[in-house]
Design a binder for this molecule. Structure first.
Ligand code: FES
Length: 120
């Protein structure tokens, strides 16, 4: 385990990715609903700075002519080609199963945000 102090929780705005340099890596933190996601700022498709994208929900599979929105506060959409990624798994929703975001475990303690970079 390799814990790094990255930010204070009050530096983060709800649902707005903020990018930090941590041990030579560009990593985005996204605070939402009391949880903090940590994402390597590189899209697995073509390498875009994915944390410049939009944090949102998405349209769910539904019957024709119906529109059901869901997965709110869980989807990061890449700014280059629009791929959507589930921040619970890192996987893209567009069917490229082997393409995943790199996610890092987050610990929040006494208002400070720590990341475990592991061996990445
Ligand atoms: S570089 Fe992110 S979707 Fe293409």
């Amino acid at each position: 385990m390799s814990l790094h102090l990255v930010a204070q929780l009050d530096q983060l705005e709800d649902a707005t990715p903020k990018v930090f340099s941590v041990a030579g890596r560009s990593i985005g933190l996204i605070k939402s609903n009391g949880r903090v996601h940590a994402v390597r700022n590189v899209c697995p498709h073509k390498g875009a700075p994915v944390c410049r994208g939009t944090f949102k929900g998405t349209m769910l599979p539904s019957e024709p002519d119906t529109f059901v929105f869901g997965m709110d506060d869980r989807i990061l959409q890449c700014p280059w080609h629009g791929w959507e990624f589930d921040l619970n798994t890192g996987r893209t929703l567009c069917g490229h199963g082997n393409k995943k975001l790199i996610l890092y475990p987050v610990t929040v303690k006494d208002g400070a945000v720590y990341l475990d970079l592991g061996r990445d």
